[in-house]
Write a protein that binds this ligand. Structure first.
Ligand code: NAD
Length: 339
């Protein structure tokens, strides 16, 4: 494989940091950007530190200047505020950090002749259509986060058509594993459950727990994510990334409790507004095009993550000081800081 100059946004985050490690191992020259609003500097391994820049993608001038200097051939765009359930209460910040921030990257990238952009989108663009979701289904997001991701996808298609760069859109779903932010009370259900159990406290489930999701172990997708930047025949493709097997939140919760050796029981709360009931994807394209294989079972992956979480220990949840909208509709787990 030819070695390339690569820019990874969101490189101190959970998935971005694993991706950077793999791209460096392949011998590429990898630059990372993150504003550390959610990610951690400790996720940036020593080999990646020299080319890591703390930068906020909302700062259009700074990102344009960095891209002009580095002139990346490939950009993996992972930076995001990906708190889907929260996005109805913080629509401006979700738009600024997702859609607007992405355009701030894409425009200078095009001007500096980027060869390929790999956009990390989300299963949220499918909304509440009948699963399993396949890539040929329409975009029908039902929340602010999904709407921003759908707009990012469409902007990519339109600008690629006009300016001729290659792109690949990945739609991962419910990824979990070591380095996930345990302190985020707004997303990452498995990490939230574990952070509660680390304090020997029960966790909360929204609704009756019969919602279905498929869960993706990070170790199973690092190589497919990296491949998306290089594989020749996949430009212009949209690819779901994650396993097909779906679990209810109750089933997943039981596996977490059992693997933790805990005899606590979940506490049930009302549904969150606009939460999709059933959401899982077909993975045929990911298997065929970028070598995805769901090698790690949910119980194996959860055991691995618990091993890591126990070494890290309980993390104090970090709540936002205020929401842009509330009107009493935010779950009490947030307003009363229960998590
Ligand atoms: N983890 C999942 O289950 C999942 C599922 C679907 C899609 N995705 C997408 O994959 C990508 C990576 O997700 P993740 O789980 O690693 O999230 P993450 O929160 O761990 O990483 C995102 C990183 O972006 C950074 N960031 C946010 N706003 C920024 C800004 N304005 N400027 C610079 N950096 C900024 C954060 O500090 C964070 O480190 C995201 O685009 C997310 O939407 C993730």
């Amino acid at each position: 494989m030819k070695k390339s100059t690569i820019l990874v946004t969101g490189s101190a985050g959970f998935m971005g940091s694993h991706l950077v490690d793999a791209l460096i191992d392949q011998g590429n020259s990898v630059y990372g950007i993150d504003n550390l609003s959610i990610g951690y500097l400790k996720n940036v391994i020593p080999k990646a530190r020299k080319t890591f820049v703390k930068l906020d993608l909302r700062d259009r001038k700074k990102i344009a200047s960095l891209i002009g200097r580095v002139k990346p051939e490939i950009i993996f765009h992972l930076a995001a505020i990906a708190r889907e359930g929260l996005s109805q209460f913080t629509p401006i910040s979700h738009t600024e950090n997702n859609y607007n921030a992405y355009l701030n990257v894409l425009i200078p990238a095009i001007k500096n002749k980027v060869r390929r952009v790999v956009l990390f989108s989300s299963m949220a663009v499918y909304g509440d259509q009948e699963p399993p979701f396949s890539e040929d289904m329409l975009r029908k997001p039902i929340d602010i986060y999904g709407t921003a991701k759908a707009a990012m996808e469409q902007a990519t298609e339109a600008l690629s058509d006009v300016f001729g760069f290659e792109y690949v859109i990945l739609r991962p779903h419910n990824v979990y594993g070591p380095r996930q932010n345990l302190a985020d009370p707004y997303r990452n259900v498995i990490a939230i459950f574990m952070n509660r159990l680390l304090q020997k406290k029960p966790f909360y489930i929204y609704g009756n727990g019969e919602q279905t999701r498929s869960f993706t172990y990070i170790g199973d997708i690092v190589s497919p994510m990296a491949t998306a930047g290089f594989q020749a025949n996949i430009s212009g493709e949209i690819i779901n990334l994650g396993p097909e097997r779906a679990y209810t939140i109750n089933q997943m919760a039981e596996i977490v409790l059992k693997s933790f050796g805990s005899d606590l029981h979940p506490i049930y709360l009302p549904d969150r507004p606009r939460e999709v009931k059933d959401a899982f994807c077909s993975s045929a394209k990911a298997k065929k095009l970028i070598g995805f294989s769901d090698k790690t079972s949910l119980s194996e992956g959860i055991k691995e993550m618990i091993g890591w979480a126990k070494t890290v220990g309980f993390k104090e949840p970090k709540y936002l000081r205020s929401l842009e909208l509330n009107e009493g509709k935010a779950p009490k787990t947030w307003s009363e800081k229960l998590i």
